[in-house]
Design a protein around this ligand. Sequence first.
Ligand code: CP3
Length: 343
Amino acid sequence: MKDSKFLRALNLQPNTTPPVWFMRQAGRYLPEYQKIRKNYSNFLDMCKQPKTCAELALQPIDRFGLDASILFSDILTIPDALDLGLAFHEGEGPKFSNPISHPQDIKKLPSFDVNNLNYVFKAVEETRSQLPQDIPLIGFCGSPWTLAAYSIEGGGSKDFHKTKTFLREHPDELQDFLQILSNACYEYLRQQVLSGVSALQIFDSWADLLSDAELEKFSLKYTRMLCKLLKEDPLTASIPIILFEKSPNNKVENIIFDEITCISLYWKEDIESISKNFKDLFAIQGNLDPKVLLESDELILEETQRICTIMKDYPGFIFNLGHGITPNIDPEKVQVMIDAIRQ
Ligand code: CP3
């Protein structure tokens, strides 16, 4: 396993061809996923079946021979475990029946009990036992900020207006909530490691809602706190951590910190200039624009080669998309990208 291309890259060791996996690699763009998904009306019920999670996590590995697998679950399991009442119904995004609307709602939260998420740890064990020995399994969580944004908004939204109002009106209480979430994320990731994951990724998918100063105060501060807890714990200290910041207003050079092993670049980031500053310091994952996969095979080949050429002498390069794959993408196009990388 240590010799897997993915873990080698995270350790800044060179590879002959870059390892590849992609965010949301198991999901609606795969017909084999749709076949299982139609048996459940609420997506969360599916996440609570460890055997199904293992089967779904393995689908893209079996189809494409990817270099890493990611746990099949969702970032919103933590707010659900805090009794916010998560559901995902047909054709809708996530919805909380009991969101954080007032500062008092934060005071009334039950204390986080990691055992409420045993279904996730069982999914890790089941997936690990079914994966080929040399394919690492990635565990994950949302960043405290991204989890807070969904918990306050009550679900997805275009502008996250409620969340921004809450931030302006109740910054101190928001920080209390972020602290609770940071500790919960730590316990959650620690238990994923104990159950068999070999690397961790933190998704800060709503980083772009925040200005430069706000990102530091409401997001990075707590993500750093979470990573420090993991690095100070002997059971998790050696586990590589990947950080994904979606379209941050701050320069990536100002976001990165020592506890992070790898930065996962959003597709708008300039991988060439960032790689010059990060060589021999951090691994880099990224960052093909997922929309390229809607274009011709020639364009996919060209864009994939462009990234591989820029990164060819960078020890610690992991090929990935610059955000999650979308349901409208044809799996054949994904194969074109993978073939191009391996060539
Ligand atoms: O292969 C994998 O990556 C599977 C595991 C995974 C899922 N969600 C499964 C999922 C992971 C790592 C996530 C992370 C996640 N979840 C993020 C961070 C990544 C990002 O895109 O920025 C976010 C923001 C969420 C929250 C979430 N989950 C939303 C907004 C939605 C609905 C919209 C959508 O894209 O479908 C989900 C549902 C979800 N999570 C699905 C899957 C496969 C689709 C559910 C369905 O089939 O109906």
